[in-house]
Design a protein around this ligand. Sequence first.
Ligand SMILES: O=C[C@H](O)COP(=O)(O)O
Length: 249
Amino acid sequence: MRRRLAAGNWKMNGTGAALAEVTALSGGHPNPQVDILICPPATLIQRMAEVARGTAIAVGGQDCHKARTGAHTGDVSAHMLHEAGASHVILGHSERRTDHGETDATVRAKTEAALDEKLVAIVCVGETETQRDAGETLSVIGTQLQGSLPDHGVNGATIVIAYEPVWAIGTGRVPTLDQIAEVHDFIRAGLVDRFGEDAQGIRLLYGGSVKPANAADIFAISNVDGALVGGASLKAVDFSAIISALEAA
Ligand SMILES: O=C[C@H](O)COP(=O)(O)O
């Protein structure tokens, strides 16, 4: 049985004042029936880890470099994230793929670096609207998965997959429940085909305009084990409602 996961991606939002949201969230969920993760900007990871210590909230990064140390101005390594108190890292988010030209090979190298540091890697995949309209969704997802995941060390304790249709991120548009189910079933089958029965333990998150109002319907879908939430994770009141929906699913 996979323990469900509510993950918040704060993206480039949040300064010190936002740590109050973590305190509010932990107060509302002292003993949650699901895992809760927040991935703040790198500048807040250490402080958030201190605020979250002793609570049920885990803290993660939004990216890492493939190298452990070195001359890479502006980058943060998996080793540094771990040392700052992170237990997870989001990799291959479509905003990284677009803004920073990250390829599947880049994501794979970063995933290997994360696993080396015992960070859980949340590997993101998703099609653009053009690709969906062209009927390419499953082939795009399959290619991204094949290229972004290492051949070894992939199981439910090390990897989470987030399916995020690019056109649904921050737009208020959400695929139909059948469309989400189709992709999640496809991802599960592909993971089991490549990694064997261990892949049954890998959690699959849906991401893209998840809100309190649509969370319950999405969480009722087979092979949806939680969500990667952007905008609605910034305020404890919204994220809390999504967590409660996941607990009830
Ligand atoms: O990582 C999170 C996703 O990009 C979803 O963002 P959103 O919930 O604001 O659409």
